[in-house]
Design a protein around this ligand. Structure first.
Ligand code: DC
Length: 367
């Protein structure tokens, strides 16, 4: 039988430089790689090289693998170059695999814990990780996000979520992430490329080829689509409908939710949207559901658009809002609904200042 050699890669981080941490995380990584690639049945490990960053000194990871009995090939631990600003406390693995040339073996690489940020594209390939995430999503994500404070604000269009979230983020020194802006950018991109709602393959291809960045500079939010600033364009009325339509596509949601979770895992964030408390961040420390009557919301949107010089009619906006509410609340995947543990805030008769004061008091009580 002639064999083909494939390099399988993986990485993990550890919490602290102790023998226990090195052993448990190295074994977890190698076990994930072994299980995901059926090493030992059909695929053979030829050798395994394990490298560590300089801050790992308490134990040899190769010895951890040897003693675990997971691999019976030659093993070696070595030191990585000490590059400034690289991920600390990181263990990387490369396993040389031999498989039958006739079988179509494709390696499943695994990136665990903070190392997942190094290769989000490969991290998500791991079957084990996917199953684990499915089984206990709140626990895993909660642990990874344990050190940060996340606030979820959901509710229908025009309830005042973004105005309130912006003010709260400034008052509480947290990052504001406008997830609606991300859906708007995707809607705009699909429109520009002429991709229709039914063209799932086209949507997937476009998603793989799209970069969205949202950040706030001097209190002003900037949204970039593939490097170009689209902050103004995505607020145009025609984009609202596109955003609502494409936000119902599961592939679109999964891609954006992944980005949102990653951002929220890195810093204290306030996220506003439709599914933040129910799906994106089920373990957010505080959850709010902001709402107001259709009439009040339509009037607010009308004032906003006319202030920008965009021609519009109040009746038409009211009908649009009703349609978008219906779409957002009735889509199959992650629809808009109040999380059981969210606090409902009806803003019809409240000023922005009153809403912000009320919410910041609640958030502060959880800090
Ligand atoms: O909040 P907004 O109007 O900018 O949102 C635009 C659209 O995106 C809206 O129709 C609902 C959708 N959306 C979503 O489905 N999930 C989110 N987390 C945010 C927005």
């Amino acid at each position: 039988m002639s064999e083909k050699i494939t390099a399988l890669r993986g990485a993990t981080t550890i919490e602290e430089n102790t023998r226990e941490e090195i052993v448990s995380k190295t074994v977890e990584l190698v076990k994930t790689l072994k299980d995901d690639n059926n090493i030992g049945s059909g695929v053979r490990a030829v050798s395994c090289l394990i490298s560590t960053t300089v801050d790992i000194t308490a134990f040899y990871p190769a010895r951890a693998v040897r003693e675990s009995g997971l691999l019976d090939c030659p093993l070696m631990s070595c030191l990585e170059p000490n590059i400034e600003n690289s991920l600390p406390l990181c263990i990387r693995v490369m396993i040389e695999l031999a498989s039958d040339e006739k079988t179509d073996f494709v390696p499943r690489h695994a990136y665990l814990h903070k190392a997942a940020e190094l290769r989000p594209d490969l991290a998500k390939i791991s079957k084990t990780m996917r199953e684990r995430e499915k089984a206990c999503s709140p626990e895993i994500s909660g642990k990874d996000r344990g050190k940060v404070l996340n606030v979820a604000i959901d509710g229908p269009s025009g309830a005042g979520k973004s105005t309130v979230a912006k003010l709260l983020s400034r008052r509480l020194s947290m990052t504001y992430l406008d997830t609606g802006a991300m859906y708007r950018a995707i809607g705009l991109k699909m429109h520009r490329k002429g991709i229709g709602l039914g063209d799932v393959e086209g949507i997937k291809r476009t998603l793989d080829d799209t970069v969205i960045e949202v950040d706030t500079i001097d209190g002003v939010q900037h949204v970039r689509l593939d490097g170009k600033d689209v902050s103004g364009e995505i607020r145009r009325h025609y984009v609202s409908k596109l955003a609502s339509d494409f936000s119902a596509v599961k592939e679109v949601r999964l891609k954006l939710v992944e980005m949102q979770r990653k951002i929220a895992s890195e810093k204290d964030c306030i996220l506003d949207g439709r599914d933040i408390g129910t799906f994106v961040l089920p373990d957010a420390v505080a959850k709010f559901y902001l709402t107001a009557s259709v009439k009040v919301r339509a009037k607010r949107r009308f004032d906003e658009l006319t202030a920008k010089g965009e021609a519009c009619e109040l009746d038409a906006i009211e009908r649009d809002i009703e349609t978008r509410d219906y779409n957002d609340m009735h889509r199959d995947f992650a629809p808009l609904k109040k999380a059981d543990d969210a606090i409902e805030v009806v803003t019809d008769d409240m000023t922005v200042e009153q809403v912000v004061a009320y919410m910041s008091e609640i958030i502060n009580s959880k800090r």
